[in-house]
Design a protein around this ligand. Sequence first.
Ligand code: DP6
Length: 390
Amino acid sequence: MGHAPLGVSTVTATHPSMGDIGPITPHTARATAHPNIALVKYWGKRNADLVLPATGSLSLTLDIYPTDTVVSPDPSLTSDIFTLNGEPVPGTPTQRVSAFLDLVRKRSVEQGSGQEKPELPHMYARVNSINSVPTGAGLASSASGFAALATAASKAYGLPGDPRSLSRLARRGSGSATRSILGNLVIWHPGDGDDEHADLTSYAESVPGPDLAMVICVVSGAQKAVSSRVAMADTIRTSPFFGGWVTSTQRDLVYMQQALAAGDYTRVGEITESNALRMHAAINGNRPPVRYLAPTSVAIFDAIAQLRNDGLEVYGTADAGPNVVALCQAKDLDATHAALHERFPDLELIPARAGSGAHLTPVGETSENEQNSAHEGQPAQAHDAANRQE
Ligand code: DP6
């Protein structure tokens, strides 16, 4: 247990799902964020240090599986401590969290946010994160994880909490986390150039569009053989298709924004499916080769095409793994879920609607995860924008 900063009383809290989160101080902050699935994918960094993407991308933030993160700077710590779902996670996850907090502390010094509390930017932190994605669902958690961490850590260390600043910061943890700072449809701008200016101009922004929903088809929850971070770098280095991927994705992003603005769902769906398969084609060109889609994934893409022929407008997409995500209009979510269940009765299918962006939550409040486990089966309600940290 840490010592309280002078004149500050601390309370040790035990959260129902987080276990002992250590002493709560005036600097403790807590935030929640949701995962997102891209309609126009991010695949490739032009600057790995600053996490500047090769192209812009666009996604739907979902209302399922929030990550709930508490950050407590503590003067008694000699290193950052990261626990996930109540367990310490030594190695790469802790290193990534710690490197991220180093950036937060550096900015805190630069921005003079520690002036009133000069010791604050030099404190290590306890980070306790609860990720509600069920084990084996095979859904990436880095987007919701770093979006929640950026939001809580910014508050804890006195950095600005507006969406532009938060999304720029979250980007440094994981590219796709940039987009989870905001709810519903979100564009991540690639930024101009390759330097400090690019860093300032590569952020997330909300975009208007039709009411969309998704059904996640869980083909496998197993850890992927090649992480997306490694495969992405290999595509740039070894795939002859990377150049084509970049130019066609730049076009897809323009057409996607036009289609969303026009409320042209058919066009949105067509671009989504084609963009995903082009990403996988570029990845298939890696040496050594990487193939994320499994035979069942391909069967789901075929079934989705069949559903369209039968009059239900569903389109497929897939991230760096075998799970396929069916995109539909919100009004067709139940029908899409039912139609996929009929064709794949043994697959776990997870329906999702548009969800909220990352937001601060009171440190002592019952989290969305805890509320969900109390009302099992009910989707989390989207928080409105007013709840977000501005
Ligand atoms: C296929 O955001 O996980 O999901 O920036 O290296 O952490 P890093 O990569 P990450 O990559 C996501 C790739 C994707 C497509 C997407 O979400 O746009």
